[in-house]
Design a protein around this ligand. Structure first.
Ligand SMILES: [Zn+2]
Length: 273
C-alpha cells in the first residue's frame, strides 16, 4: 500500500525546492575553488611528466594515506601523462564533499517523508560514492582525450616540446598546461554543480525509497526538458515514477532538478496553480 502525501501548495513547493538548492549552493563555492586549484596542479604534473622535469606538487601517495572506499590504483604505463593515480587524487578532492552533500540532502528529504539520516557506512551511501567515483574517472578521461588532441595537433604543426607543453598563443594553441588547467573555460564550476545535483537527486530518491514512495513531483528550471534540456516533454511540475526519476536524476550539466514526494498525477482534474 503506497503512502499518501499531501499536495504541497505552490508556495511551499517553491520553498522546498529552494531548500534543496541552498544546501548545494553553500558547498558549491568552496568545492569549485578546490577543484580549480586541483586542475592547476594537475596541469603542473602533466607538463612535468611530459618534459621529464619535477614539480612542487607532492608526490603520490605520500599525502593520501589509505582510503577504504577508494579502488586500487592500476599500474601506470611509462610515458602516461595522466596515469591512474590521477583518478584517485581527484576522488580524494571531491568525495568527502559529495558524501557530506548526500547525507545533508538525505536529511532534508527525510524530513519530508519521516525518514532517518543514513549512517555514512550504509550501503546506499557506499553505492552513491561508487557511482560518483566512476563519474570522476570520466572527468579525467575527458582530460586524457584533450591531452591526446593537443599532442596530435602539436605534432602535426611541428611544434617543439616546450611549445606543446606551454602553448603557442599566436596560433591559438593552448598546449598541455592550459588544456589541463582549463583556464579558458568554467569547467570546474560545471563539474561541481553537476556532481552536487547528482548527490542531491540520489540522496532524495534513496530516502523516498525507504518510505515506499512511488511517485515524485518534479521541480526544475522553467524550460528544462525531462530527458535533456531541449526535450519538449517539460520536467517542471510533472509527475514521474521513482524508476523514471532514477533514470533521469538530472537532464543536463548544471541542472537544478529537485524531486518532491507525491501520490502521482491527480485523477480527473487539471493540476491547479
Ligand atoms: Zn534541468
Amino acid at each position: 500500500m503506497a503512502r499518501r502525501f499531501p499536495r504541497f501548495p505552490v508556495g511551499h513547493k517553491r520553498s522546498l525546492k529552494h531548500g534543496f538548492t541552498a544546501l548545494q549552493q553553500r558547498r558549491y563555492h568552496v568545492m569549485a575553488a578546490r577543484l580549480h586549484v586541483f586542475f592547476v596542479q594537475q596541469a603542473e604534473r602533466v607538463v612535468a611528466r611530459y618534459l621529464g622535469t619535477t614539480t612542487a606538487t607532492l608526490e603520490y601517495p605520500v599525502w593520501m594515506g589509505r582510503l577504504a572506499w577508494a579502488p586500487a590504483v592500476k599500474e601506470t604505463q611509462p610515458g602516461e601523462l595522466l596515469p591512474p593515480e590521477e583518478d584517485r587524487r581527484l576522488q580524494i578532492v571531491m568525495v568527502p564533499d559529495l558524501e557530506d552533500q548526500y547525507i545533508q540532502s538525505s536529511h532534508y528529504a527525510g524530513q519530508l517523508v519521516g525518514a532517518d539520516v543514513p549512517d555514512p557506512q550504509d550501503v546506499r551511501v557506499r553505492n552513491f560514492l561508487l557511482s560518483a567515483g566512476a563519474r570522476i574517472v570520466d572527468i579525467n578521461d575527458t582530460t586524457r582525450d584533450d591531452i591526446a588532441l593537443q599532442l596530435a595537433l602539436g605534432g602535426e604543426r611541428g611544434y617543439n616540446q616546450r611549445q606543446i607543453a606551454r602553448g603557442v598563443p599566436q596560433d591559438n594553441f593552448p598546449g598541455l598546461d592550459a588544456t589541463v588547467a582549463q583556464t579558458y573555460r568554467n569547467r570546474s564550476d560545471t563539474i561541481v554543480r553537476t556532481e552536487l545535483s547528482y548527490a542531491n537527486a540520489q540522496a532524495t530518491l534513496d530516502t523516498y525509497r525507504t518510505q515506499t514512495v512511488e511517485w515524485v513531483e518534479v521541480q526544475d528550471g522553467d524550460d528544462c526538458g525531462w530527458e535533456d534540456h531541449d526535450d519538449p516533454d517539460l520536467a517542471d511540475g510533472s509527475f514521474r515514477t521513482m524508476d523514471q526519476a532514477d533514470e533521469y536524476p538530472i537532464a543536463h550539466p548544471n541542472c537544478v532538478r529537485v524531486f518532491l514526494p507525491s501520490d502521482g498525477p491527480p485523477e480527473g482534474e487539471e493540476e491547479e496553480e
